[in-house]
Design a protein around this ligand. Structure first.
Ligand code: ZN
Length: 379
């Protein structure tokens, strides 16, 4: 897919507009980093399997630690550390080379290492808890059922705490100050019958000049977050259109629908894991313990997700983006939404479409021209 996208981008060079050429150059640099990271991950997968890394770590830990749950958890945390280490150089290149060259990144080295340390702690905690929990549930013959329930419960809790615990670790959120933007946004919320449970501004400009907005959380425990970069570059009407798009996701229950799809995929994958266990998949990798079986099964199933489930989940995501645009257009007018999208895409160098196959496997949003065409049809 990456090579197809590269060839596609190559055909887009030598175009008359300076910004267009800059967009192609930016897309190519990002693609190189993405390809590098993907290949590194595949190499890591191959080495882990060839050398039997989980079995080696497990055999080492078993000599030092007697508590079985702690042992499983530590194997999870060690695997998370391996993946974090492999992604670290690519994240560095992306932030300090690509994003800085194109004038987007403002991240200092101190912030970078702080963010990466938080990422490592979160990844380790989730993997520690995940593998410890798996080893515990595995004692029951009904482990696939309990695992599916535990996973769904964890994801619901994660959705609830995301806006209150995780997002504030990376951004300082302040309630939107009174003014023309706040007034317009509140009027819009009242018009569509939603209570204002809090519109916040994130200090994203400390890290990036890219602009964005999102609604995070579940039920009443939600936060509407606008990047300060968005507010500084859009007019109040355009900012309102962006909020309209985010609320379109909210009102149409897009997050819940995507979660439903994800849960279905996870249940299918757990069923696969169950078959793998019963057909000797673990033994063929010399996986003696439930936790080592879980790591090998996870690596294998993760590849299946990328190959088969990712296009399906992303096609739903792209459809939802168009629905959210149309929601905003219906309430605020198509022109407003088109203007906001155009401005954001120009400042993010985001006008370029992708190769259809690359789009199918990797893009969460439809190409910007397609979104504007859909808005034109409504107007
Ligand atoms: Zn959206």
């Amino acid at each position: 897919m990456h090579l197809l996208e590269w060839r596609y981008l190559k055909g887009k060079t030598d175009l008359p507009s300076y910004d267009w050429n800059r967009s192609v150059a930016y897309a190519k640099e990002r693609l190189k980093v993405s390809l590098g990271e993907t290949l590194t991950n595949y190499a890591l997968y191959a080495l882990i399997v060839m050398w039997g890394v989980p079995t080696l770590i497990d055999e080492y830990l078993v000599l030092k630690i007697k508590a079985p749950l702690l042992l499983s958890g530590l194997l999870g945390a060690s695997t998370a550390l391996l993946f974090w280490l492999c992604s670290l150089p690519w994240t560095w290149i992306n932030v300090f080379d690509v994003e800085r060259t194109f004038g987007f990144s403002r991240v200092t080295k101190k912030t970078f290492f702080r963010d990466q340390a938080i990422k490592l702690i979160l990844m380790s905690l989730v993997s520690f808890g995940g593998l410890g929990c798996f080893a515990l549930l595995f004692k029951s013959p009904l482990w696939p059922l309990y695992l599916a329930i535990a996973l769904i419960l964890f994801e619901i809790v994660a959705m609830f705490i995301l806006p209150f615990v995780i997002i504030p670790l990376f951004f300082k959120l302040t309630p939107l100050a009174q003014g023309e933007v706040a007034e317009k946004l509140e009027n819009f919320l009242a018009e569509i019958g939603l209570k204002n449970s809090g519109i916040y501004v994130a200090d994203a400009s400390k890290r990036t000049l890219h602009s964005n907005a999102f609604v995070s959380g579940l039920g009443k425990a939600k936060k509407i977050v606008l990047f300060d970069t968005l507010l500084s570059s859009l007019t109040p009407d355009e900012a309102c259109a962006v909020l309209g798009h985010e609320l379109g996701h909210w009102i149409s229950r897009h997050a819940i629908k995507r979660m439903g799809l994800l849960w279905t995929a996870q249940i299918i994958l757990i069923f696969f894991a169950y078959i793998m266990f019963n057909t000797g998949f673990g033994q063929s990798f010399h996986a003696q313990s439930p936790q080592t079986f879980a790591v090998y099964a996870f690596l294998f199933l993760n590849m299946l997700v990328t190959l088969f489930f990712q296009p399906l989940i992303l096609s739903v995501s792209r459809k939802q983006e168009l629905e959210a645009d149309l929601f905003a257009a219906k309430h605020l007018g198509g022109h407003q939404m088109t203007r906001a999208l155009s401005k954001i895409s120009t400042s993010n160098l985001g006008w370029l479409p992708s190769h259809p196959l690359y789009e199918m496997w990797y893009l969460t949003h439809p190409p910007i021209c397609e979104r504007i065409k859909a808005l034109d049809n409504v107007s």
